[in-house]
Design a binder for this molecule. Sequence first.
Ligand SMILES: Cc1ncc(COP(=O)(O)O)c(C=O)c1O
Length: 318
Amino acid sequence: MSFPGTGKIWMNGTLVDWADAKIHVASHVVHYGSAVFEGARCYDTKQGPACFRLNAHMRRLLDSARIYRMESPYDQQTLTDAVLDLIRVNTFQACYIRPIVYRGYDSLGVNPYPCPVDVAIMLWEWGAYFTKEAIEEGLDVKISTWARNAPNTTPAMAKSVANYANAQLIKMEAIADGYAEGIALDTQGNLSEGSGQNLFIVRENVIHTPPIGNSVLSGITRDSVLTIARDLGFPVSAQDVPREMLYTSDELFFTGTAAEVTPVRSVDRIPIGSGRAGPITRQLQKRFMQTVHGEVEDRHNWLTPLPSSKKVVQEGVA
Ligand SMILES: Cc1ncc(COP(=O)(O)O)c(C=O)c1O
């Protein structure tokens, strides 16, 4: 979906019209991929717009910046407040949230230190990442011929734009081969993750996901689903998962801020379980969606309502 191109973008503390939110082509990030970013969501709830796990996303943003030796000029609270303010200014009830910390304009060379660290926050309306049919029935995916980044190369735990060169190779190959998504192995051949999603396997009522050390992003939805699964009484395991365990699983699903909880119904044309979304996947998907929409008790304090959301709702009613 193309951008409508309206509204405000936060750039280094200033609200800028969408059309004017530009950087110079000589900015370091354009040439050397020197940026880290986040993807979070604000959901429409009965209490008004509320961001899901905003603190965790902002913490991960600054963790990613720290790994890349980028000193953000703004602390976590300032960035969190900026997101909430930007949602209010743009009058979104629900939106996708994209903060980015990047090396800007000064000079070009592999050494990024001379370039300033700039920060921008964009918002846009972004519904479901996969089709409605896929969310209900499941995706057909393939194992990618591309491996995820090896340990001690570009770090998987940092959500850096550089990692998405690898992600794009995985995604493009999957599309070119007629699949909705690709699953990457790590360089040892163990399961890692999708191009932009973490992966879960269900076998005999136990929920498995690859550990953080297997070149995965430490997904915030992954953590939420592990927590929800434990709350619901399921045993969970985060240990190495060999490729063949995919084909013998009862259920399989992806998690991510964009993908939320999306079932997978086949891998390499081999049906998973019954070849449709499984019951545990559906249960977790339902509970996750109820949680983000504030329809069940927020027992882990994951929702951050907009400070003025009550007022906005009242004004809307009046
Ligand atoms: C490579 C990759 N893995 C996993 C995820 C899921 O992470 P999260 O649940 O924090 O959105 C994402 C989403 O950004 C991703 O890009």
